[in-house]
Design a protein around this ligand. Sequence first.
Ligand code: URA
Length: 206
Amino acid sequence: MDPMQRFRKECTAFFDQLSPEGRSSLVFGDGQSDRPVLMLIGEAPGEQETLQGRPFVGKAGKNLTAFLEVVGLDRQDLYVSNVVKVRPTKRSASGGIVNRPPNREEKLLFTPWLMREIAIVRPDGLVTLGNVALQAFMEETVGNVHGKWQRTVVSPPEGEAFTLPLFPLYHPASVIYNRSLADIYQADLIALRDSLTAGLNLKNDT
Ligand code: URA
């Protein structure tokens, strides 16, 4: 079994054991899982992601595609994942099941798994989408650090810690609901694209 298969198996077993209803529907990352140039990290899967078993599909997937077009990258060349790998839900006032942001406990439980996932994928750089993903790495808000390369330490529960460059972006969904962020988001994407096309050596030159 390769390290990614083992990771998925162990992560599934861990969360199945915690889930009172039995098996949890985990949504793992997809794309290029062997040293891609970038690993994109979102918040948590929604309904479509859970149904299709892939991150960023449906409406969120359309946003991601638009994002990738600006940056000039193909989704297949990247690895795309989330901090929390199970859909956080609540009951709406009308009794339906709707998404909610992941809570503190969920974030704490999933973060070591995310670190382990990054250690397997070994991307050249990370792109966080929104505050939940950013705060898995640093006590910052996206409003303060978006669009500028940062450096973070990735500490998997086993194995050695290592550093990676990290580019914080607003979450693509927050841009839809807040048009005033759209221009900032676009400028950040262009900055990311320029740093990639300039041949920025993500490993040494950030
Ligand atoms: N879909 C995902 O997979 N992640 C998000 O953060 C939002 C939608």
